[in-house]
Design a protein around this ligand. Sequence first.
Ligand code: PMP
Length: 402
Amino acid sequence: LSTWSAVPAGPPDAILGVTEAFKADKDPRKINLGVGAYRDDQGKPYVLDCVKKAESILEASKPDKEYLPITGHAEFTKNAVKLAYGADSTPLKAGISSTQSISGTGALRIGAAFLARHYPHSKVVYLPSPSWGNHVPIFRDSGFEVRNYTYFDPTTLGLNFEGLKADLLTKAPENSVVLLHACAHNPTGVDPTPEQWAEISDICKERKLFPFFDMAYQGFASGSTSRDAFAVRHFVSQGHQIALCQSFAKNMGLYGERVGAFSLVTADPEEKARVDSQLKIIIRPMYSNPPVHGARIANTILANEDLYTQWEGEVKGMADRIITMREKLHNILTHDLKTPGDWGHIKSQIGMFSFTGLKKAQTVALADKAHVYMTADGRISMAGLNASNIAYFAESVDGAVK
Ligand code: PMP
C-alpha cells in the first residue's frame, strides 16, 4: 500500500479551472473573463513601460544576487509604505513596522500569522460576504476562526450598507478582526463611499474592532493611487492601529515577480522595534527572505521622480481603459441590444471585476454555447474585454438572458 493512498482528491481551484476550460476551447471567438490580470486593448498581457525602463536601469547597474534581509529590501518597503499611508502620515514618522512580502497573498499570510500569535484578543476574523476566495484558507490555515459580515446586496447588485453596519455593530464581538478591501472590492467591484468609510471607521472604534486592510489594487480603481488610499488614510487619521497588505501585482503589472508589503501601525519606535523583531521570527522559518528582482523594479519606480510620474500615468491608463469598457458594455446592453434587466451596476462597479448578476446556469450556457468563460458566481474581469471582443460578448450575454 502506498504511503499516500488515503490522500483524498481536492477540488480544483475555482478560478484556474476556468482558464483550463478556456485553453481547451478551439473556437476563435473564445473570451476568458475569469483571470484577474490586466490585458491591453489587443487582449495581450501588458508590461508597463516604466517597468521596462526600471529593468534597463537595473541591468546597467549590474546588481549582485545576494540574499535580502529577512524583511526584504528596506528602501522598497519604506517607499511602499509611503505610497499607501501618504508622505505626510503621522505614524510614518512615529512608527510603522513593515516587511516586504511575497505579493499580496504573502502579506496576508504574514499578517494573519502575526495576529494569530500576538494579537492579544480574539482569534476571530470577519470577512465581507463575498470576499476574495483565498481569504478564507489564508486565515483558517493561520489559526483564525472565519466568519462573515454582510456586504453585497444581490437585489441591487450594490453595497448592503445597513446590513454591514448592523453586523459590525451587533454581530461581531468586541475586538474581532475585520478584513476590509481598501478599494476595488474583489469579487463584487462594489466599494463604500468616503462617507460610508467614515462611518465604518467610527463603528470599528466604538466596537473595538481591529481593521485589517487588504489593498491589492491601489490606483487600479480610480486611476489615482492617493484617491484609492482614502480608506486606509482615513482610518489611520482617526487613530486606528491598522494592519495593511499591499500588492504590486496589478498596479505595476508585476504579477509573477511577487512584490508586496505588510505593515502595522505601532505606538512608538520602541514598540516598532519589538514588532519588527517578531515579524522576522515569523518570516524566517516560512521562506527565510524574499526574492530581490521585483522589489528592485518597484523601488526603482517609486524612488525615481520621472519613472514615478510615468507610472502614475500608466496606472491611470489601465484604470481608464477598464472604465471605458464598463461604459461601452453598459451602452451596448442597454441601448443597442435592449437586453432585459438593469445594467447600471456594470458602470457603477469599480476596479478589475464586475459582478454581472448572471446566474450559474447562464455562465455555463455562455461557456458551452458562446465560448465565453467566467467564474460560476457571474464575476467577469473587465480587463478581458477590448474593442475586438466587446460586441460579441454583449450579444452573448443578451442571448443568455433572453
Ligand atoms: N487580495 C485580493 C482582494 C486580491 O484580489 C488579490 C489578487 N487576486 C490578492 C489579495 C493577492 O494577489 P497577489 O498575491 O498576486 O498580490
